[in-house]
Design a binder for this molecule. Structure first.
Ligand code: C5P
Length: 265
């Protein structure tokens, strides 16, 4: 039987919005739907089904290798936000040149694995463009045992904190991290970096291969700026209704955080 999510944070965690105020991104624009689909036709059909319920899409490796770059440009042309989740990591020359090519698409975000060499190279590649870089700290499918198996001496918490600080010092625009680490990383990197969290599961949803998960409301309440959600939306019987429900969760979490902070002021 698939494991399911449960409530994982106390109300004490629901007060972590920064500078005592909820920032200004519209709740709908905080949901980024991952188009993890095998063909451009299926992705286009999903975008049509989702309609106005979704304003921001993530295009990952599967769809990119199936011809998704032209879809990215079309979505940008239709006014949608586009996040290219290509997780670059290679020798600096290759990363810089690849990032420069991706910057031509007009997308908003690009992921780079959080190795300082690759982050610096990608920053050089996107210089002069509007493409913002997101450093992947540790994949949300990994736990301490996975890092140990891969040769790391430290656990997830330590590696995420180290990579978050390094990315912040290098000047990267944002971080991909698990919702479980958002609150502690926000304290480390300050208010300006965008914190974007995959590993989101509405209460009761199947976890699948993710290991560090949280509900949409709790992730927002813990300080995530935007959420990446793929399977819980694109595999839903009614994807638009699933997206709307997540947007409602985001909006109510933001309003709860706002009320808690008002009471404190
Ligand atoms: O289906 P699900 O909501 O688990 O999909 C999460 C999406 O976020 C996938 O496209 C995955 O590649 C991406 N992602 C992730 N963990 C990261 C970075 C990206 O799950 N650290």
């Amino acid at each position: 039987m698939a494991a399911t999510t449960g409530a994982q944070a106390s109300t004490a965690d629901l007060s972590s919005s920064r500078d005592g105020s909820v920032d200004t991104i519209d709740p709908r624009d905080r949901l980024i739907v991952g188009l993890d689909l095998p063909s451009v036709e299926q992705a286009e059909a999903m975008v049509a089904r989702l309609g106005e319920s979704v304003t921001f899409y993530k295009i990952g490796m599967e769809l990119t290798y199936a011809g998704g770059l032209s879809l990215a440009e079309r979505l940008v042309g239709e006014g949608k936000g586009v996040f290219m989740d290509l997780k670059l990591h290679d020798i600096p020359n290759t990363v810089e040149r690849a990032a420069r090519q991706i910057a031509r698409l007009g997308a908003r975000f690009l992921t780079i694995h959080g190795y300082p060499q690759s982050l610096r190279a990608a920053l050089a590649g996107v210089a002069g463009s509007d493409l913002q870089l997101l450093a992947v700290t540790v994949l949300t499918s990994c736990d301490d045992a996975d890092l140990l198996e891969a040769g790391y001496a430290q656990g997830v918490k330590e590696v995420v904190a180290r990579r978050a600080l390094q990315a912040s010092e290098i000047g990267v625009h944002g971080l991909i991290l698990s919702p479980e680490e958002t609150a502690s990383v926000r304290k480390l990197v300050g208010p300006t970096m965008q914190l974007i969290t995959p590993g989101i599961r509405p209460a009761g949803a199947a976890v699948g291969d993710q290991k560090r998960v949280m509900t949409p409301a709790l992730a927002i309440a813990s300080g995530a700026d935007r959420l990446v959600v793929a399977r819980p939306v694109i595999e839903a019987a009614d994807p638009a209704a699933a997206a709307e429900a997540i947007v409602r969760d985001i909006a109510s979490a933001l309003s709860l955080v706002g009320k808690i902070n008002q009471r404190r002021d």
